[in-house]
Design a protein around this ligand. Structure first.
Ligand SMILES: NC(=O)c1ccc[n+]([C@@H]2O[C@H](COP(=O)([O-])OP(=O)(O)OC[C@H]3O[C@@H](n4cnc5c(N)ncnc54)[C@H](O)[C@@H]3O)[C@@H](O)[C@H]2O)c1
Length: 257
């Protein structure tokens, strides 16, 4: 059986990706939040999927290494990797601190690098598939995302490098750019805007999110975790055997390439 390792699998998108991949893979769910990833895995076990879970902090090479070893011991060699773990909050550009910049890059960019490198080393000459979750923020030049946007732009270029490194042996690497999905990430951002920006006084987090969807998305609809999980699953499949080094936006038309 094919084996997938998913990072950030306790989160809204990571859990959906794990659930979708579990349809045709054994899946190791990993996340820095041990309790929530255990709960996400338990939900899939109860639906009959072959899954295991472990805590993994993607910033830490030893933690990443240990997660791959856990997958091998419990499920088999990892043939597919979905890098979903990520952090991001709106911060006005003049207030962005060195610590915030470093933290965002450590999770989003270094974390993706460490997992991709571990995967390529372990595949050593055999095929496999990687999908890295970037963001439309990589292309929007938003001043409140001056750490997050560049960290995701770096993920896209890293994906190109990984695609080159793996091409001869059949390891494919692609990136997806989700648009706007109502997960904890957007809930926290909307709650923060409600508290900190008088322009939103009297609104609700849900209405603030809907306002961003209306302003940014040509199709005037939010994206869902299932939208993204479906494209990740496709990119992992045999149908995508000639697709590598690509970045696919699933965003209702925000970024047109
Ligand atoms: N929600 C959106 O609209 C949106 C849009 C574009 C891209 N994304 C990207 O999608 C991915 C998933 O985000 P989400 O919306 O599900 O948010 P989320 O906050 O629900 O999930 C993120 C998960 O990453 C985990 N995580 C954080 N730091 C980690 C670390 N050091 N090691 C391992 N795991 C860690 C968190 O515990 C959490 O479970 C992120 O990479 C995010 O940047 C989300």
């Amino acid at each position: 059986m094919k084996v997938a390792l998913v990072t950030g699998a306790a989160g809204g998108l990571g859990a959906a990706v794990a659930a979708r991949l579990a349809e045709d893979h054994a899946v190791l769910l990993t996340d820095v939040d041990a309790d929530r990833v255990a709960a996400a895995a338990a939900k899939l076990v109860s639906s009959g999927a072959t899954v295991a879970h472990t805590r993994c902090d993607v910033r830490d090479r030893e933690s990443v290494r240990a997660a791959f070893t856990t997958a091998e011991e419990r499920l088999g060699e990892v043939t597919a990797l979905a890098n979903v773990a990520g952090i991001g909050l709106f911060v006005p550009f003049p207030e962005l601190t060195d610590e915030q910049w470093d933290r965002t890059f450590a999770v989003n960019t270094r974390g993706t690098f460490l997992s991709c490198q571990e995967f390529l080393r372990r595949r050593a000459g055999r095929p496999g598939a990687i999908v890295n979750v970037a963001s439309i923020a990589a292309r929007l030049g938003m001043d409140v995302l001056a750490d997050y946007g560049p960290s995701k732009a770096a993920v896209i270029e890293l994906t190109h490098a990984v695609a080159r490194a793996g091409a001869v042996t059949g390891v494919r690497a692609n990136a997806v750019m989700p648009g706007l999905i109502w997960t904890d990430m957007w809930r926290k951002t909307s709650e923060w805007l409600l508290e900190s920006d008088p322009a939103y006084a009297g609104s609700t987090p849900e209405k603030i999110f809907a306002g961003f969807v209306d302003a940014l998305v040509p199709m005037k609809r939010p994206q869902t975790t299932d939208d993204i999980a479906a494209i990740v699953s496709f990119l992992m499949s045999e149908q995508a055997v000639n697709i590598t080094g690509q970045t696919i936006a699933v965003d209702g038309g925000v970024v047109m390439t």
